[in-house]
Design a protein around this ligand. Sequence first.
Ligand code: NDP
Length: 246
Amino acid sequence: MKTLENKIALVTGGSRGIGAGIALRLAQGGADVAITYLRSAEAAETQAATFRELGVRALAVQADSGDPASIRAAIGRVTADLGRIDILVNNAGIAFYDDFQQLSIEQFDQISAVNMRGVFVASQAAVDAMPAGGRIIHIGSCQANRMPHAGGSLYAMSKSALIGLTKGMARDLGPRKITVNVVHPGPIDTDMNPASGTMAGGQIQLMALDHFGSAADIGALVAFLAGPESAYITGAEFTIDGGTNC
Ligand code: NDP
């Protein structure tokens, strides 16, 4: 059943990885889908062409999630071309791991700009174009709630900030019948965290299941949260991590 027909979605960072998997699943559900990307213009256009083959409208827009003006311009383009935004998925994110004493102010600012400020700016701009029944879904990380190794302080900080943002936004936007939730993936096989990478073995040891998840796994959960059956869910966290944090 196409539960997302007549909906318009924007997924930030949809050219590759989890964002591409989410955008595909929303398009398979019948939603028109816009994606943003930073550098991968060709991959983003290929994704958009794939979505169009499913019979939905699709748009790829270059936008740096670390730059408020760029995000606002992209959202203006999406609303001009597609009409409005019913579903916003704040997926674009960066990660780096470094010894705490080695971390610089520049690294702090960089991860804050993309993973936190970018989510705030995109949400604020999208809400202007979002009718009642709208859905905002932030992509956090299971490391927002548990950091099992050294080096991840800034990444964990940036993702745990989304928990507070989610709860506060849910309160503010509830009267408009817009829901806000955060999804916390665990190890998902992407360029950021390849299942064949040197860090993979240590991650698998932490899991209840014995393998990485896929972008499609995250897409399925996000599609549920974007759909009609999740209307009473807001201000909530959803961990999808193969049991990493259990
Ligand atoms: P990837 O690095 O594989 O893909 C990142 C995507 O985000 C790309 O589409 C990239 O665009 C885009 N992007 C990166 N920086 C920016 C920016 N400044 N502005 C706009 N777009 C940007 O990451 P994943 O798919 O693995 O991760 C997606 C999200 O999921 C992130 O928020 C990440 O923190 C989170 N996550 C991932 C996990 C994992 O194991 N993979 C686990 C937990 C959370 P381009 O192609 O143009 O570079």
